[in-house]
Design a protein around this ligand. Sequence first.
Ligand SMILES: Nc1ncnc2c1ncn2[C@@H]1O[C@H](COP(=O)(O)OP(=O)(O)O)[C@@H](O)[C@H]1O
Ligand SMILES: [Mg+2]
Length: 343
Amino acid sequence: MKKEQVVNCQFSVWYPIFKKHTIKSLILPLPQNVIDYLLDDGTLVVSGSDNNTQQTHTNNNDSDAEEDVQWSDDETTTTATAPEFPEFTSRVLEAINALGGYVFPKLNWSAPRDANWIALNSSLQCQSLSDIFLLFKSSDFVTHDLAQPFLHCSDQDSPDPAINYELVLRKWSELISGGEFRCFVKENKLIAISQRDYTQYYQHVLKQEEQISHAIQDFFSQHIQYNFLDEDFVFDVYRDSQGRVWLIDLNPFGQVTDSLLFSWEELTSGEVAHQQEGPAFRCTNSEVTVQPSPCLSYRIPRDFLDLSTGEDAYKLIDFLKLKKSQQEESEEEEEEVEVIPQQ
Ligand SMILES: Nc1ncnc2c1ncn2[C@@H]1O[C@H](COP(=O)(O)OP(=O)(O)O)[C@@H](O)[C@H]1O
Ligand SMILES: [Mg+2]
């Protein structure tokens, strides 16, 4: 995989070519100060000032009883002030409104799929720039786009092409995972199709294997083949309930892209391409083969999440008790330290 192939798979490169066959989206250039903020490990706190007024109202409804509660008695605590980007914020809000109020965010290549657990709705659905920042700042996939987009490229000696970073906002669409497939194209030939979410077994996918494969082959030959800048690439599709196929994403043909139910060796050696007439089709074929979700390792423990969302009140009480006893212990230790006579 060459650096140029990665460059060609940027959203702003492929979207204009395939606009008619994909989800409506808007692309905003990312200002340098926003890039710096996203790369800065220190500040996670995001300003709430861009929230929709509607949200602010609902937040205010139950505030009267809690006004006097002082949650922290530690006077030395300093609150990090979030940077504000008023101009960018208003452009983002305008774009979100133009796309119907709910968006799916990504950068030039990646969405923050590894960070959905951190959002209150456990989803990548965003309504404001602070929703987007929370996901982006928690995502290793997004950091990869910003910090090392050309990792795994074979032409490491050539200089890195200049990248203009962009915020991609896509109209939110409820996609059913069973309808998503990844398609591998080598020398402009569709060689393999894999169920995208291979952690689940979908009976209908197994049953309609041939139908799905044909629908994707037609979509490829009519709209995709020979229209892209490279002859090797990977494209993701969605087959909706009416059987219509949509383009979801384009990815480089190489290690950076998950080969799902195939291996990169099979795909590059030509082994897959020569075994049958059309593309090889693979899906998860029984409950037995169901695998853990690949993003699971990015999550924090369930207990912690329950605590943070307050879903389990007893856990929170236990946690606070634990904190209190730890605090008492450390205070005792401090006292002990003080007892040691100075010599
Ligand atoms: N517009 C959208 N609305 C809702 N979910 C989406 C949208 N676009 C993509 N998704 C979901 O997010 C997943 C990842 O999207 P994708 O653009 O391929 O990001 P990445 O390249 O980082 O994997 C898709 O498989 C799909 O399930
Ligand atoms: Mg992708």
